[in-house]
Design a protein around this ligand. Sequence first.
Ligand code: BG6
Length: 510
Amino acid sequence: NDESTVSITVVGASGDLAKKKIFPALFALYYEDCLPKHFTIFGYARSKMTDAELRNMVSKTLTCRIDKRCLTRLDFVTTILNILRENCNEKMEEFLKRCFYHSGQYDSEEHFMDLDKKLKQHEGSRVSDRLFYLSIPPNIFLDVVKCASKSASSANGWTRVIVEKPFGRDSDSSAALTRGLKQYLVEDQIFRIDHYLGKELVENLSVLRFSNLVFEPLWSRQYIRNVQLIFSEDFGTEGRGGYFDRYGIIRDIMQNHLLQILALFAMETPVSLEAEDIRNEKVKVLRSMKPLQLEDVVIGQYKSHTKGGTTYPGYTEDKTVPKDSITPTFAAAALFINNARWDGVPFLMKAGKALHTKGAEIRVQFRHVPGNLYKRSFGTDLDTATNELVIRVQPDEAIYLKINNKIPGLGMRLDRSNLNLHYAARYSKEIPDAYERLLLDAIEGERRLFIRSDELDAAWELFTPLLKELEEKRIAPELYPYGSRGPVGAHYLAAKYNVRWGDLTTEQKA
Ligand code: BG6
């Protein structure tokens, strides 16, 4: 709307997340002409900085999205690249001119009033919509929300607040945070980010299921043997040990990112694509689940490892981590959904840092073909070759279905092949970062990809008893070497449910 203007305030502007993700995402949106015509961006933090210094800081993090895959088909690659670069540089300059800085304390209404004055100067007589992105530690969420809502909310448009996890450490602290936020905001103003929901292939899950005939009829206990949700990073907590040690991998990845994927994967068909309809279905899945049981969980922590002359430090060697920390950096768990569709199907989650590979994927292993004609005629070679659907969320996005296929030739030999949708080969456009999609949705008031408070409560209810038990009993994690495949206990856990973990690395090479 030409008559309105959006002011985006990034609170915690000098922090890592702001620098690495938020400002670059805002620029990418601007570059793609997705931001409203009138907008202003304010960085807010305690340190003293001028507008020019902020711009300088931000400019270092901006990149241009040049579609190189298209360009390789052109003759005048260099010329075109230069034109695009120039255009991009121009856009960067324009973008930076719209970025400003305001220094203030996080708990000072007065400082937020000063911000309000500055915002008003930029907004002029237009209807002003205001978005606050809280890129700050959770212990100051409430201070900022109080000050922002009392002293800097919009007088004539909407005011929305984006918050990042951690949303508490368990059911009680999360509920307290929600109560606190709701003293100053209504639920519709709160945008709880789970950036995994903004990832292209996670968003595509519903499209895959509900707009194709071939998947949905198979999407149940009748045909699916197990589902695996895997997150793996090939680096440790370097530099983030202080935050991480208070939370651990279960709270950092499983209770949010992997559980959100699970809910989208398993939900019933929503009444519509409206946010409330989708979120209603997700909550139903979460509320149909049994809280995690200790015997269905394996935890691990990485230890130092020397490889090729380089020594990689163990988790407790991080200076910001207590020497005797038993915080898990790896966890595997089996979860169950007690409803008609999924009764008895294990959903296995695995998440870890400092592992041998980096990636996130969803694996759906199907049941055996009943009375398999080929197995009967050609022996037991095909015993394990059940179909498997793999959704590779990152890196190198892909969806592939493993099938049995006849090896061409006169004889009758079968092998496993992939029906493969490889994004880089199929789509020339670069995939936007999750934060771009989520920021745009927040500006547009689209809540589908944000977490509603009842979803959050249900998610905590599943994990809180387990987390308490782990902490009360001081259960020691199984140590695994930095860069390895993680604790061997994860394999026993899978074996207990007749499952073998899929292996991202071997397939990436294939
Ligand atoms: C964050 C976690 O939510 O997600 C980090 O706090 C993790 O520990 C990160 O590294 C992973 O996100 P991505 O998008 O890089 O897979």
